[in-house]
Write a protein that binds this ligand. Structure first.
Ligand SMILES: [Zn+2]
Length: 128
């Protein structure tokens, strides 16, 4: 991926309902966040692969207030989710009561639309 499109392709895929993660074509390391250089071998041959969009809650915290955040969208659950492919991503858990969220819970991706064209935000919700 080129310097210009390393993040754009990620957001575009998200707006199409697909979570992609970077994979190193030299050493095979799958990582996150999107970047041109592999953090494992420092190679520059990185391309996106489609994630299954599933993972587990690695850690989380709950915020009862957040500046500028709509009150009806509180509490806000910040989480680090470990994807099935290995890398961990910082995200939000939605559609869940904070009392019911535990480390190790299985979650799956969904996407929240934004006002920006070709940009959607991946968030995660518990797998029933
Ligand atoms: Zn590598």
């Amino acid at each position: 991926m080129s310097e210009d499109d390393e993040a754009a392709a990620y957001w575009e895929a998200a707006s199409d309902g697909t979570l992609v993660v970077p994979e190193c074509n030299d050493c095979g390391f799958v990582h996150f966040y999107p970047r041109r250089t592999c953090p494992e071998c420092l190679g520059n041959d990185v391309s996106f692969i489609e994630s299954e969009g599933t993972g587990t809650v690695y850690s989380f915290s709950v915020s009862q207030q957040a500046a500028g955040w709509p009150e009806d969208a509180l509490p806000l659950i910040y989480a680090t989710v470990e994807l099935a492919e290995g890398p961990r991503m910082v995200t939000n858990i939605v559609g869940a009561d904070p009392e019911d969220v535990s480390i190790g819970d299985e979650v799956e991706v969904q996407f929240e639309e934004t006002d920006v064209e070709d940009v959607a935000i991946p968030v995660f919700t518990p797998v029933e």
